[in-house]
Design a protein around this ligand. Sequence first.
Ligand code: ATP
Ligand code: MG
Length: 451
Amino acid sequence: MSDNKKPEKIVGIRGMNDILPADAPLWELFENTVQSVLKSYGFQQIRTPIVEPTALFSRGLGEVTDIVEKEMYSFVDSMNGDMLTLRPESTAGVVRSVLEHNLTYDGPKRLWYAGPMFRHERPQRGRYRQFHQVGAEAVGFSGPDIDAELILLCQRLWDDLGLTGIRLELNSIGNADERNRHRADLVAWFEQHRELLDADATRRLHTNPLRILDTKNPLMQEMVNAAPRLVDYLDAESLAHFEGVQRILRHNNIVFTINPRLVRGMDYYNRTVFEWVTDQLGSQGTVCGGGRYDPLVEMFGGKPTPACGFAIGVERVLELMKVEGEQPVASQCDVYVVHQGDTAQLQSSVVAERLRDAGLDVVLHCASAGAGASFKAQMKRADASGAAYAVILGDDEVNAGTVTVKSLRGAVGAGQQASVPFSAVAEYLVDQIVGEHEHDHDHGSHVHYKP
Ligand code: ATP
Ligand code: MG
């Protein structure tokens, strides 16, 4: 064995993905769109820690849910022995924070969050161990109006993203009393059909029988379809709430189907539950799940406080965007600045700063390992950057107090060249780029207008 053996490469954790620069524009487009939609409904951002006490989730989500049973990344803090968990979702953390800071002291709050979540699942398309959610939590609202508002907000987001293949499924899972009565009858029904239950269902029979309704086992479908339906157990108040949500949705031309088998994974949900589903992503077709969770605040030791929210699976929405949605700009900058010679290089940094002052995105050619800095090599870089224009400085330009502006693509046509006085180049390029932008109404410009 040789002494100078190359060290082994360390690779990332399975199911936890790098988001590479090539995908960054898509993420940005999604993030910008969702933020502006949330803002347009008056939602305010909240940021909670990625690590929380394990008890927050075991208590908040329920001991027998999929997440708590088998998906949590939990560990002991070796410094002090605390049991900690990487958040598998954010509702519990947001509610903890709302209580801790008494955020609803002056009335209900519309909150949103975004960030990574962690679940130890089998990685596959649309299912990762680190994934991202954007979610909204409306805390302190009791009526069907906010449930409907959250759904309208999602619909606006899909519209703004150019996504048409997402449909809404809606259900009411009633309150605890209604569910208990239903549950008793349901368990009795499953017991009558014990011979049809698979191992999973048998295990869940007395812990989480509602989840049996979620089974994908074809041998159980018929029996499950004929099982007692929760909607038949709803009281007048729950039915009125459910009807209230539907009335607002219909009034706003939101298309939905009622799926009586729709339940949510967590224990804290009640009444309204909904999912946005697509057929274009294979079996991981749910892009957003939400619903009402009136009992949660009390479960965490707070005053009874009704609430409703949703969480969007960002990776799944991005995959849909790649198929049918808005496509982002791929270019890195508006202008790429190339230079030859010492004086030109000095001057080029000043030009680049002036262009940035004017609101343009500018990449200044910098020395790199191995690669030549020849004019040709630099122009190749300029082209690869996706810039609409190259600004060129050499001895001739320095002596004349000008720069050469070369069009690389776009309406003007590639290869068009102009000599522009040094002092006028910023104004010239802003005019060119904004003009072009107005001309083709493309998403092609990076120009941010300065006040
Ligand atoms: P599923 O039935 O697909 O496991 P879930 O009910 O566990 O979903 P929620 O806890 O409701 O999911 O999370 C909301 C959304 O987050 C899901 O609809 C999905 O889009 C996304 N999501 C959940 N788990 C993952 C994961 N492991 N990887 C990627 N996205 C996920
Ligand atoms: Mg899950």
